[in-house]
Design a protein around this ligand. Structure first.
Ligand SMILES: CC(C)(COP(=O)(O)OP(=O)(O)OC[C@H]1O[C@@H](n2cnc3c(N)ncnc32)[C@H](O)[C@@H]1OP(=O)(O)O)[C@@H](O)C(=O)NCCC(=O)NCCS
Length: 172
């Protein structure tokens, strides 16, 4: 059996080609189609980490900085940054390249939150994440304040219960 070791158990890479049906009237990839691919790629990372079905609970700050033209090759790379109780934060990057250039341009990044579901369809605990690289550690630490912010914005947490977020603004 051919085995390839990925840097992290959850890391997932997905490649697509932008076909005419994926585009808007300008001939560029439709934002909604990109979000669809991002959701699938992130769901695979979360599902592999949790070893169960994971559903999308939230998506943060997706911005579309560069159009992706018809015919481009789109590579998506996702990785779980931190697991909480039943939820996980996934960081995803999107790169585009043309057949001719073969140079990858970073076009989008986003954080997705997934919740693992058990066989009864209810949220179930997920294993903790051990950050491996310096970048993993930075994203792992930042995940706590991003979680507090998204839970405040979704009305699930009081702004006063956000120690990690408030620490950002503390001046000694
Ligand atoms: C996500 C879902 C399972 C959460 O169910 P729930 O009854 O609110 O469950 P809980 O209150 O126990 O929360 C479970 C986890 O979800 C997290 N969560 C719920 N809503 C969230 C949100 N808006 N943003 C971030 N995390 C969220 C909670 O923080 C909790 O995480 P933790 O256990 O790590 O602390 C439920 O809302 C759901 O099924 N949503 C639809 C999912 C779906 O269909 N996605 C596809 C989109 S079309």
């Amino acid at each position: 059996m051919l085995q390839t070791k990925f840097p992290s158990q959850s890391e997932t890479v997905m490649t697509e080609m932008v076909l005419p049906n994926d585009t808007n009237n300008l001939g560029n990839l439709m934002g909604g189609n990109l979000l669809h691919w991002m959701d699938i790629c992130s769901a695979m990372a979360a599902g592999k980490h949790a070893n169960t079905i994971a559903v999308t609970a939230a998506v943060d700050n997706v911005s579309f900085q560069h159009p992706i033209a018809r015919g481009a090759i789109v590579t998506l790379r996702s990785r779980v940054t931190r697991a909480f109780n039943t939820s996980m934060e996934v960081y995803i990057e999107v790169f585009s390249e043309t057949m001719a250039s073969q140079e990858k341009l970073l076009t989008n990044t986003a954080y997705y939150t997934f919740v693992a579901l058990g066989e009864n369809g209810l949220p179930c605990p997920v294993p903790a994440i051990e950050p491996e690289t310096e970048e993993d550690r930075r994203r792992f630490e930042g995940a706590l304040r991003r979680r507090e912010l998204r839970l405040v914005l979704s009305g699930r947490l009081k702004p006063s219960d956000t120690p990690a977020l408030q620490a950002l603004f503390k001046v000694d």
